[in-house]
Design a protein around this ligand. Sequence first.
Ligand SMILES: Cc1cc2nc3c(=O)[nH]c(=O)nc-3n(C[C@H](O)[C@H](O)[C@H](O)COP(=O)(O)OP(=O)(O)OC[C@H]3O[C@@H](n4cnc5c(N)ncnc54)[C@H](O)[C@@H]3O)c2cc1C
Length: 284
Amino acid sequence: MPSLWRAQTEPPKFPRLGNDASCDLVVVGAGIAGLSSAYEAARCGARVIVIDRGDIAGGMTARTTAHLASELDDFYFELSRAMGEDRARLYHESQVAAINRVEAICADENIAADFARVPGYLVAAEPAHQAELVQEYDVCRRIGVEVEWSDTAPVPLPHGTRALRFARQARFHPLKYCAGLVEAIRNRGGQFYGQTAYVAHDQDGSGVTIQTESGPRIRAAAALFATNSPVNDRVAIHTKQVPMRTYAMAGRSPPEASRMRSSGIRSKLIIMSGCSRRATARTG
Ligand SMILES: Cc1cc2nc3c(=O)[nH]c(=O)nc-3n(C[C@H](O)[C@H](O)[C@H](O)COP(=O)(O)OP(=O)(O)OC[C@H]3O[C@@H](n4cnc5c(N)ncnc54)[C@H](O)[C@@H]3O)c2cc1C
């Protein structure tokens, strides 16, 4: 079944790489990470080639719930505990900068990607979990996150709880955005090849050679791997990863569902937000 985004927008398709090629930067993987990187390089004048083993923007980017959130799924109080408040603050600033960058690129490149600023809510799935929100609020205030308490949220709150409301989050249409990036990169001379899988590379003092599955090679001054799960290093990251697939589904619920409490609430929030961890769920 195509995702909601894919059913509405088909990103442009590109042929397989047929001959050897050369460029300044080769980007392996054409999801939002690869396309954003390719865009920044092309904007700085680099000759860019982007390859993907499937379609352009056909990976996880086509399946996201598309919240552009500076709020953190894993909680700032936990990041702060593990890495210290200065690093948690830096992380938050990077998320704010990333959302601002998407907004600026939409404006600069005239990309109609339905970008809109919206508030984001973190709600307790059940009253016992409110304490985590209190911890989160305290750390967020200390590191400069724009957050406030709210007695309402887009979903009914469990009795006796309040939500955290994060200002200036955003949402967009990921595939309209990616299609806009593709056009902006092509306008700067960038090239795209679909159905072109990376299988190996050789690196030397003057650059890198990418070997593609069907034969042709790409010689470049630098290569950037944006394959979501790394394909160029099978040990360092993979030994720290857990295979996992998440899904987001949406549907109308009957009025009586709004009276759900406890574990029922949690299920409902997972459906609505697509992203729920432990006690709390994110909506917005
Ligand atoms: C249900 C769901 C909800 C989500 N909700 C959110 C959200 O609300 N907000 C948020 O910020 N994030 C969310 N995410 C996560 C977000 O979608 C991803 O982090 C993001 O899309 C990853 O982008 P990417 O470019 O790194 O990877 P991808 O989009 O997966 O792109 C990687 C590309 O690399 C290609 N590739 C892989 N191997 C090779 C190879 N050997 N050769 C060539 N190409 C290769 C793939 O074909 C793919 O196109 C969600 C994810 C899911 C599944």
